[in-house]
Design a protein around this ligand. Structure first.
Ligand code: URA
Length: 510
């Protein structure tokens, strides 16, 4: 077994690996030892190939991947006087070379032995070592992928903070960051090229990088103990926090999307990370409804005590629907949207759930579907103020699509959870006819999942009331041409006319 001692970086491994290949040393015949060679016991450091101690690390790490040939390393000081012939040049593909470079930054003590194994297979003509379908190739791809992710994250989540200048050697900016893999030297090069003459230091638990304005120094041996959040009077940071706070819209909070875009493990290193938990909890505990509540509360001025009841959003009756937690939909909605209309309307129009506009306004059918419903009512000779409009589900269910909140059909269990509120409305309003707009509304009324097509056009009685099933107006909105849209709209207005007839001679008012 040959022990090969290298410094813990790619260039050192590559030079040693090429010489080992030159000697035809099989992977199982080598024990790889990596570390700071100077720190290793003398007898170990003298063994075999201790690599070039005096080498400039910045050059090593800054070297662009993608060379087609990884030919001969110079014989290193500290190696036995060169009896070993220089290794023959080894040709690798650009992609394989890039994979090796990246995988070499994967934090795993076995990485050098593993990389040698795949390089050995490649040299033997076994190209599958670089294929994701091969077991080693898959591991290589996985390592490179994680490293590329760690590189991306480090560029995205390092936050420099301006320091008070205490001495000329104090860096102007300091950042604390905990990279998942050994990407500090790579990221340091990136920042060195972008931060101009301003000096900075990035401290990590596995070393530090310092840019003095013209030169980069990467010290991979010096671990920085503990977590370091620097205290700073950075005005730009204060401005950034104010900006961040002001762009946060509690009404649009989607925790899952937030955590996907900015994973929680990075929060502690970001100035804005300190704000996020507080903003989320404020949003959950009411700031969704009164988005400026906290900032208004912080303003100077006379405090006027207000009864809890009158502090509710403007609506006829404060409703405990606001506090509904029967399912999880409240979490991402601005507010619950109760029904609206005369307390004893003869006809109730039942929709599916509030949409984006309804969620923000707190009223049913005020968005595009509501406008189309108005047209259908007009055609049927009905007036909105005479009808009671409500939804089977009272919170807006949505998913983010770019900057938009896209309607998502509620699950049957959410419809069932909300049945409590529909029951209450039916008890109070006692309508004689209900127009079910779409399958969700109909399923809510019948308390089981049903197909709309089985009920279309034929009014029926349920629990002592007439039910007229028709399309939801958003179905008309989704039609691709005018003729099809017109047909659906016509069906809806016919259903409304039928509902009016069923409601009796005296009309549909109170
Ligand atoms: N769609 C519905 O079902 N209800 C509304 O209130 C708005 C759109």
């Amino acid at each position: 077994m040959r022990r090969i001692v290298i410094e813990d970086h790619f260039a050192s491994w590559r030079a040693a690996a090429l010489r080992a290949l030159g000697e035809r040393l099989a992977p199982e015949a080598i024990e790889w030892r990596a570390g700071d060679v100077a720190d290793l016991p003398q007898d170990q450091a003298a063994l075999d190939y201790s690599e070039d101690h005096g080498q400039d690390h910045n050059q090593d790490h800054g070297e662009a991947p993608g060379k087609e040939s990884t030919g001969g390393a110079a014989s290193a000081p500290g190696s036995p006087p060169t009896t070993t012939p220089p290794p023959p040049p080894l040709h690798v593909s650009k992609e394989f070379s890039a994979l090796l470079h990246d995988a070499a930054l994967y934090r795993d003590p076995q990485r050098w032995a593993f990389l040698y194994k795949v390089l050995w297979r490649w040299q033997q003509g076994d190209r599958s070592a670089a294929s994701p379908a091969d077991v080693d190739g898959a591991r290589l791809y996985h390592m490179a992928k994680r490293v590329r992710r760690a590189k991306h994250d480090m560029i995205a989540y390092v936050r420099f903070r301006k320091q008070q200048a205490t001495a000329s050697s104090t860096p102007e900016y300091i950042a604390w960051y905990e990279p998942e893999h050994d990407v500090l030297p790579w990221a340091a090069e990136h920042f060195a090229q972008r931060m101009g003459a301003a000096s900075w230091l990035i401290a990590t638990p596995h070393g530090a990088a310092f840019w003095d304005g013209s030169q980069l120094h990467v010290d991979r041996q010096r671990a920085v103990e503990g977590e370091h959040r620097c205290e700073t009077d950075d005005e730009a940071e204060a401005l950034w926090l104010t900006y961040y706070r002001s762009t946060f819209n509690p009404a649009r909070l989607n925790e899952t999307a937030l955590e996907q875009h900015m994973p929680v493990r990075f929060w502690k290193g970001l100035p804005e990370g300190q704000l996020i938990p507080g903003m989320i909890s404020e949003a959950k505990s009411g700031a969704r409804r009164i988005a400026q509540a906290s900032s208004v509360g912080e303003l100077d001025g006379k405090a006027i005590p207000v009864e809890a009841e009158s502090a509710q959003p403007l609506r006829a009756l404060p409703s405990s629907l606001d506090a509904c937690r029967r399912c999880d939909l409240w979490r991402q909605a601005t507010q619950a949207v109760p029904g609206a209309g005369p307390p004893h309307a003869r006809v109730m129009l039942l929709g599916e759930q509030p949409g984006d506009q309804e969620d923000l306004n707190g009223k049913p059918f005020v968005g595009p579907a509501g406008q189309l419903l108005d047209v259908a009512m007009q055609r049927a000779g009905l007036v909105r103020k005479d009808l009671y409009l409500t939804n089977a589900v009272k919170h807006f269910k949505w998913e983010p699509r770019g900057k938009r909140r896209l309607h998502k059909t509620p699950a049957q269990r959410e419809v069932e959870a909300c049945a409590h509120w529909l029951d209450q409305e039916l008890q109070t309003i006692q309508p004689s006819v209900i127009v079910a707009l779409g399958a969700t509304a109909l399923s809510a009324l019948l308390q089981r999942k049903v197909a709309l097509r089985d009920y279309l056009g034929t009014p029926f009685q349920a629990a002592g009331r007439w039910v007229v099933a028709t399309y939801h107006p958003s179905f008309a909105l989704r039609q691709s041409d005018d003729a099809a849209r017109e047909k659906v709209l016509d069906e809806i207005s016919k259903a409304l006319t039928r509902a009016q007839e069923l409601a009796g001679e005296q009309g549909v008012g109170q």
